[in-house]
Design a binder for this molecule. Sequence first.
Ligand code: XMP
Length: 312
Amino acid sequence: MFDAKQFLKENVDWIRQEVGDEKAIVAASGGVDSSVTAVLGFKALGDKLTVVFLDNGLMREGEPETVTKIFKDMGIETKLYDVKEKFFQAMKNLTDPEEKRKAFRQTFYESLANVARERGVKILLQGTIAADVSETVRGVKSQHNVLEQIGINPIQEFGYRIIEPVKELYKPEVRQLAKELKLPESIVNRKPFPGPALSVRVIGEITPEKIGIVRKATKIVEDESKDLPSFQVFAVLLNDKATGLTEKGERAYGNIIVIRAVDSKDAMTAEPTKIQWDRLLRMKNRLVSEIPGVSRVLYDITSKPPATIEFE
Ligand code: XMP
């Protein structure tokens, strides 16, 4: 049985020892893994820790503001860095999912290296969990936050050491820690969201316009599924188009949005949620009426395996 209290006690001491007289940074994304790591780090290090939010332009609607506010309410200041341009530039012309992920990962760590240099910091605290490591090492997906486990030395590459206090835990245990740390309900129960954010929810090359479309679709699908106990519910913008009709009866060649909802315990396997037809129709109505250029909506009924949860 996992003992959250004991884990926290041991790990606060461990982080303190590891960091010693130095300072550290941690990148918060608003997800439960990085939030637990940030609060754990703050407990151990206080002002010696800077919580950073990288606004990469790929986040969901209002995310930078929401995350900053949640931390502020817990008495933790976050430093917001606008790195949108850098991310779109780095991912320009990339269509292969693994290349996109690797470009995201490189830009993510470079951005943090700039912050670390600027603040004279040589330690990064990171909320990598066991599922991230196992999928990357098995070659399923290169998660954005896995380096040492695949032979990349962060000190040589980026100039900082990485400390990962929750790397042996899975999602349910991290949620127990979040509860024990008295993180707000919205974080404790926050559904998983991939590190590379909406970049993996646009198939093929990402552009600010396509990210804008999937951001709107994400908001609609999330709004309409707040009371659904699924592990994750999200929208994906396909790279194809499909023929449709405008309200005036003219031909339209429009975007295709996929709704994906899965039930899962730890993301290692998943089943499609049996969403009620009415709810799916409500989502479809809003997607086609509120997002210009969307002419078709699909629901993904594949389990993991053979599919993965995300499309990329
Ligand atoms: P897949 O798509 O591999 O996803 O079935 C398993 C879980 O991991 C999330 N995911 C990611 N999380 N960085 C992350 O931090 C990533 O690159 C990444 N890719 C997928 C996914 O949302 C699901 O919960």
